[in-house]
Design a protein around this ligand. Structure first.
Ligand code: PXL
Length: 291
């Protein structure tokens, strides 16, 4: 039976992030993808100016009520960029309504990157996001978001010990597993590290570092991680698929970035479309307990 995820985040009409990434990637992994768009923006906010922003907050409880009357079932709930504290509360209510025993709940606490908050966010947003993390099975912050959640200053430099301390503290928020993205212990590698509180185990995945920042890679990572987990992958397998696919898209995009104006190109997102065959192949490799 086809598995089903609902993903709750904005739709940025141009710029390849949030829903325009989650929908194609999770679908390509053979998982039905329902959506709740939280806002419609003409572009994402990271690098473009003058974007439009239509807030869809009031639609969220209406969609929740309608779906509740239909008794819909979701195998996964994956949340990303949310535009206001009010929306975070509504999404928490959605999880209370639709989170069943076997529903995998993945919260990407999208708030910022590289030590800076995204446009429109204030640090107090993190206190609301912390409550959503409590309801998650898996949270997927980058180091900027982790610092905000833990009320710590952003770490420019860190060691393996700092990451394990952070991961344990993140699971103290109430989730079973915390995944930290954008981890670099040396100059050559880039990847993600996960900690599972129930088994008290860590796992990680790394690839060669791609020497340019690209927009939307966090959404690529979280979408693929969510798809893999709902397909029954272990955390170690899901992490490996998410890191490898994200790195594939960045390596594919890199040569084309050189041909676009330097100040614009990183904001256009990654060329995941050219890597779909790889995503399908990674998904086929997933082995589950029932295999
Ligand atoms: O990729 C995260 C993201 C999602 N949605 C919007 C954003 C960003 C990051 O900048 O602006 C609207």
């Amino acid at each position: 039976m086809l598995k089903r995820i609902v993903t709750i985040q904005d739709i940025s009409c141009f710029g390849k992030c949030s829903l325009t990434v989650a929908l194609p990637l999770i679908s390509a992994m053979g998982v039905e993808t329902a959506v709740i768009p939280t806002a419609v923006l003409s572009t994402h906010t990271g690098g473009f100016t003058g974007y439009t922003f239509r807030d869809l907050t009031t639609d969220i409880p209406e969609i929740t009520a309608h779906w509740n009357s239909l008794k819909l079932h979701f195998d996964g709930i994956y949340t990303g960029y949310l535009g206001s504290r009010e929306q975070v509360q509504m999404v928490a209510d959605f999880i209370d309504t639709f989170g069943e025993e076997n529903t995998r709940i993945v919260v990407d606490p999208v708030m910022g990157d590289a030590g800076k908050l995204y446009a429109g966010f204030t640090p107090d947003f993190a206190s609301q996001m912390r409550k959503l993390c409590e309801k998650a099975d898996v949270i997927v912050p980058n180091l900027t978001e982790a610092a905000l959640l833990l009320e710590q200053p952003y770490m420019e430099a860190y060691k393996e010990k700092d990451i394990t301390t952070y991961l344990r503290a993140l699971t103290d928020l109430g989730c079973r597993t915390a995944v930290l993205t954008g981890i670099r212990y040396d100059n050559t590698h880039h990847g993600a590290v996960a900690y599972d509180r129930e088994t008290d185990t860590f796992c990680s995945a790394f690839r060669n570092h791609v020497p340019r920042a690209m927009h939307g890679t966090g959404d690529v990572f979280s979408s693929v991680l969510s798809g893999a987990l709902v397909r029954g992958a272990s955390m170690e397998q899901a992490l490996s698929i998410a890191v490898n696919f994200t790195a594939d898209t960045m390596e594919t995009t890199l040569p084309d970035l050189e041909t676009l104006p330097h100040d614009q190109a990183p904001w256009y997102g990654v060329e995941f479309e050219a890597c779909m065959d790889k995503l399908v192949a990674y998904t086929r490799q997933i082995t589950t307990d029932t295999d």
